[in-house]
Design a protein around this ligand. Sequence first.
Ligand code: ATP
Length: 148
Amino acid sequence: MIKPAALIKQTSSGGVIFRQSSGQAEIALVSVKGGKAWCLPKGLVDSGETPEMTAVREVREETGLNGNIIGKLGDIAYWYYIRDENVKCRKTVSFYLMEYVSGDTADHDSEVDSAEWFSFEDALARVRYRGDKSIISKALAWIQEDRA
Ligand code: ATP
């Protein structure tokens, strides 16, 4: 195996945006990799942005949906390899719970293959990464606690 030329760090931010539909809570996921991998919407924190601003912007761009932040759910971290640059990257992503305000998943941008609403149960079954799954579980616990 080739030794990476460098180790870099990236910081992203994203959201679990939810709504009530027919008495059931739903969240929005995006698909990437030709529609095969379902993930939470997220993206790199731009200079001059707070993580909260990035979460709202990335959710709007990737899902077509506008939401208000309710609170922070937590951070996840993972390593990945950037083959073209022979660089290993440690990415940290902060996630926020967001309440849906307006917009339509048909208006997702071209960074993703699709955006769709799912029940929590379906989202947990479908999402590809363990980190996303733990964040979705936290969002579900938060919403259930709020309703109790
Ligand atoms: P960003 O959306 O933050 O701008 P990106 O689209 O450039 O980032 P990532 O989504 O971080 O890049 O994907 C880079 C690599 O990491 C891909 O191989 C992807 O499969 C993998 N990856 C993405 N999300 C996770 C995760 N939650 N856990 C583990 N690996 C992940």
